[in-house]
Ligand binder design. Structure first.
Ligand code: FAD
Length: 456
């Protein structure tokens, strides 16, 4: 019988790793977790949380403007970047401590350092070896920056939160949700933002109407989005960074943010020592239960190839814990995460909320679909003086009447769509939406009052 120091060893103290470690320990397992940086991982330190705090900060710019339309007379608002950075750092430190407490509570042994696999049951941290019956790799992902001349002058999202000084002119490269969010945030905070996108649209994975609508609203708000444009080189010049574009034009910027995708964090982990298979993008290959090619090693979160979202990493971690250390009150079974109706938001200004199928995706999957959509000026903006508009769309499978897609661009879109996602998972039909009484006056009531189909 082999002896193990731990029942479970978790590599990575981010969203998925902390959830797996603390839940397994709470069920009586002997658990260790290794983290090389701060507890909380990407989401807490350089992702969801600081980004949302900065998004709130950006939102005040709009609020000050709008307040005048409601009779408020304010002096010239002045933004203090140092203050925001200090406050953010304080809050993140508090969260790091909260994560530590979540692990200490059930008795997880937390080890600081870079962990690497020696074999299917052994992890090495700075020369110390630990043997575990099961290992979960939850090392997340990292930003990817393409090769070009002057790449070293660019920065990635990890570094933008503490950028010094505040960039008066920011160039954001990329069209995904991280690029759009930072373009919106820095635009709101007062930078002149140019966003370069090599494709003809932003947010490739999203519904086409949403993509177009958001691009127009972001441009109206002041972001200069340039489509079908790529960077050729960056060089430091007399007036900041001199950015040469592929069609021969130039741009000057104080900082260039590359939000050009993320790759799995699998380098230097010793995965080859244990025989863990990777896909062609370098992510760990897992089956529907997050088992890698090695029976003792599971992988959850961004290090595998699924949706890169914190709640998804948490859900995957719970599936693994339930399989390895079943809750004695529940029947033991191998669960799976259902990725079909995962709601998600983009914290741009205005925001995006979405759940289920895009129109194109639904047409491919269900064939006959009916679309209901609506575009309007929210009540708030009748006096605010802003020309911002709201967009809402329902995608319905015609045969069953089931709502299979919900999409919104507008204030609080994420908050609104989260609630509707529950109804969608429960299989709500358009008839159920229609028979639901609206809350008046809200923007959200539009989702239950769209009576006339826009197309079929
Ligand atoms: P991570 O949270 O990345 O944790 C991995 C941890 O492993 C890190 O702490 C790392 O230091 C550690 N590690 C790596 N290698 C080793 C090693 N060898 N030894 C020890 N430790 C190691 N998701 C949302 O749901 N909503 C959002 O609004 C959102 N916004 C985002 C904004 C940005 C800018 C970014 C970059 C991401 C955002 N995400 C968002 C995605 C979300 O942060 C990730 O999906 C989530 O953090 C993944 O969790 P994870 O456990 O897989 O990895």
């Amino acid at each position: 019988m082999p002896t193990f120091d731990f029942d479970l060893f978790v590599i990575g103290g981010g969203s998925g790793g902390v959830r797996a470690a603390r839940m397994a320990a709470a069920r009586g397992a002997r658990v260790a977790l290794a983290e090389v940086a701060e507890l909380g991982g990407t989401c807490v330190n350089v992702g969801c949380i600081p980004k949302k705090l900065y998004s709130y900060a950006a939102g005040y710019a709009e609020a000050f403007e709008e307040a005048a339309g409601y009779g408020w007379q304010l002096g010239e608002p002045r933004f203090d970047w140092q203050h925001l950075k200090t406050q953010r750092a304080k809050e993140i430190k508090r969260l790091n401590g909260a994560y530590r407490a979540l692990l200490d509570g059930p008795g997880v042994t937390t080890l600081q350092g870079w962990a690497a696999l020696v074999d299917p049951h052994t992890v090495d941290i700075d020369g110390q070896r630990h043997r575990a019956r099961h290992i979960i790799v939850a090392t997340g992902g990292m930003p990817f920056v393409p090769e070009f001349v002057g790449r070293e002058h660019g920065l990635v999202s990890d570094a933008i939160f503490d950028l010094e000084p505040f960039p008066r002119r920011l160039l954001v490269v990329g069209g995904g949700y991280i690029a759009c969010e930072f373009a919106s945030i820095f635009n709101g905070l007062g930078a002149k933002v140019t966003q370069l996108q090599r494709k003809s649209h932003i947010l490739s994975e999203f519904d086409e109407d949403v993509r177009q609508f958001l691009a127009v609203e972001m441009q109206k708000a002041g972001v200069d989005i340039r489509f079908n444009t790529e960077i050729a080189s960056i060089r430091r010049g007399a007036d900041g960074l001199d950015v040469m574009l592929e069609r021969g034009t130039h741009l000057q910027a104080d900082a260039v943010l590359f939000a050009t995708g993320r790759v799995a964090n699998t380098q230097g982990l010793g995965l080859e020592n244990a025989g863990v298979a990777l896909d062609d993008k370098g992510a760990i290959v897992v089956d529907a239960h997050y088992r890698s090619s090695v029976p003792s090693i599971h992988a959850v979160g961004d290090v595998s190839t699924r949706m890169q979202l914190t709640p998804v990493a948490l859900a995957e971690a719970m599936v693994v814990v339930d399989a390895l250390f079943p809750d004695p009150k529940q029947p033991a079974r191998r669960r799976k995460v259902d990725y079909e109706f995962v709601p998600t938001a983009v914290f741009t200004h205005p925001g995006v909320g979405t759940c289920g199928y895009t129109e194109a995706g639904a047409r491919q999957k269900f064939g006959d679909i009916t679309i209901f959509s609506s575009e309007f000026k929210a009540l708030r903006h009748t006096l605010s003086g802003r020309s911002e508009r709201t967009f809402m769309k329902l995608v319905v499978e015609t045969k069953t009447d089931r709502v299979v897609g919900i999409h919104m661009v507008g204030a609080d879109a994420g908050e609104i769509v989260q609630g509707f996602a529950v109804a969608m998972r429960a299989g709500a039909t358009k008839a159920v939406f229609d028979s639901t009484i609206g809350i008046h006056p809200t923007a959200a009531e539009e989702f239950v009052t769209m009576r006339v189909a826009t197309s079929r």
